[in-house]
Design a protein around this ligand. Structure first.
Ligand SMILES: Cc1cc2nc3c(=O)[nH]c(=O)nc-3n(C[C@H](O)[C@H](O)[C@H](O)COP(=O)(O)OP(=O)(O)OC[C@H]3O[C@@H](n4cnc5c(N)ncnc54)[C@H](O)[C@@H]3O)c2cc1C
Length: 401
């Protein structure tokens, strides 16, 4: 006997948006989450002690008025009136070890030619380096655009497909262009998780999936669950491993998608002690980090928060803290353990030709009451995840769920 209509593995934005669509349609939904918190890459760390009430983003930091499916959900769960406009502060660069303005690093004669180089240029089938390098010129690409794209997707971006980096989407003029929420983007995950009808079980790392005549059996470390339909909303490598036995063809396709790791270190400091002017963030050029993302976009009267997104395996924790202290111009002793937080995340390292692989995956999924959602289809942005969940939910419905 199935104990729910739809079982979802993973409580990041992909799994939670899928749960939202399914409960709104009146289905009985259960979500299994490995960690003791929801959100996955939506991870606003909320401090206690001397920093009580202060938070910073360890993962995703920006949502935009072009995120139409996300905004529709925010409207339904009562969050639209609570959006906070991001303050207008600039990104800067760390070049040759020093914080500099971005324009100071650009070669303008080559940029002036960009509109002409764009004419007739096709994105599909080209890497980020090929497409944007051609438009802005190699010198600008190497000095600014390449490092900036690495910063955007927290991984080396040059071989990423150009058409998966930024998706053209209509903007909602009634919504701030870039926004956050009180408590950070984590509030989206928390509010979705608190919706009536969504049962989330924490600390349930799924180990095995078995196909049954009328659905699926899923086994975690502690329990076994039955469901009529199943949705995997985990990082792609986890989905590949879990589907290896019950769906070997799908698993094989998923295993072809590489994964990039990012190791993030967030620090909070008293405002008066940081000499660096307010910034949206820093782009690292030839630095151990891809980017630094700042809480200055949602300013706080007493504290500043900065999250450094490090390349995996480069520098140990102490060396990283020393580099952070240098960049911020503070003494290392200010970075005590209660002011430092750490996490790591996995992101898909998409490659040219990914679109065809995604289409093959969609074909293989048909008719199995098995859904796959996540950031490894059209792109890695939050909106890509929600859009995928919506499409997968509609497919499951059309298959009789
Ligand atoms: C540092 C960083 C910055 C980013 N910045 C932005 C940004 O500013 N704007 C933007 O739009 N996007 C941004 N992104 C991308 C976006 O945040 C992610 O692509 C998106 O949140 C991924 O959501 P997801 O639910 O697919 O996966 P995840 O968030 O990874 O969630 C997967 C969930 O599955 C759980 N899980 C894994 N294995 C198991 C298992 N075996 N059993 C049970 N549960 C399991 C995990 O614990 C996790 O909770 C950023 C990503 C990162 C890492």
């Amino acid at each position: 006997m199935a104990d729910c209509d739809l079982l979802i593995i993973g409580a990041g934005i992909s799994g939670l948006s899928m749960a939202h669509y399914a409960t709104t349609a009146g289905l009985k939904v259960r979500v299994l989450e490995r960690e003791d918190r929801v959100g996955g890459c939506l991870h606003s760390h909320r401090f206690g002690g001397e920093l009580d009430g202060f938070w910073l983003e360890l993962g995703a930091h920006s949502a935009f008025n072009s995120y139409g499916n996300l905004l529709a959900i925010l409207e339904q769960i009562g969050l639209l009136s609570r959006l906070q406009r991001r303050a207008r502060v600039r990104f800067r660069m760390v070049a040759n070890g020093v914080v500099k303005s971005i324009p100071s690093q650009l070669y303008f004669p080559a940029l002036a030619l960009a509109p002409f180089r764009l004419l007739g240029l096709i994105k599909t089938g080209r890497t980020v380096a090929e497409y944007y390098g051609h438009i802005v010129g190699q010198r600008n690409y190497t000095a600014v655009f390449g490092p900036a794209f690495d910063a955007v997707i927290c991984q080396p971006a040059s071989a990423f497909p150009a058409d998966s980096l930024f998706q053209p989407r209509p903007r909602r003029k009634d919504i701030p262009r870039g926004f956050s929420l009180p408590g950070g983007l984590q509030t989206i995950a928390d509010t979705l998780a608190a919706q009536t009808g969504i049962a989330i079980e924490f600390g349930q790392r799924v180990r095995e999936i078995r196909r049954q005549e009328r659905g699926f059996t899923v086994r975690s470390d502690q329990a076994e669950y039955q469901a009529r339909a199943l949705c995997l909303a985990t990082p792609v490598a986890v989905a590949a491993e879990l589907l290896r036995k019950p769906f070997p063809d799908i698993a094989e396709r998923l295993a072809e998608i590489d994964t990039a790791e990012v190791e993030s270190l967030g620090v909070a400091l008293p405002t008066a002690q940081v000499s660096l002017p307010p910034i949206a963030g820093l782009i690292g050029r030839e630095e151990p980090f891809y980017s630094v993302v700042s809480r200055d976009t949602v300013p706080d009267a007493h504290w500043r928060g900065l999250t450094f997104h490090f390349r995996p395996g480069v520098l140990n924790k102490e060396e990283r803290l020393e580099r952070i202290a240098q960049i911020l111009g503070v003494t290392r002793t200010l970075l005590g353990p209660e002011r430092v937080v750490y996490t790591r995340n996995q992101l898909p390292a998409l490659r040219v030709g990914h679109g065809e692989r995604a289409e093959e995956l969609d074909q293989a999924l048909l008719g199995n009451r098995l859904a796959l959602t996540g950031n490894y289809f059209s792109g890695i942005a939050i909106e890509d995840c929600v859009t995928r969940s919506r499409a997968e939910f509609e497919r499951l419905r059309s298959e009789g769920l």
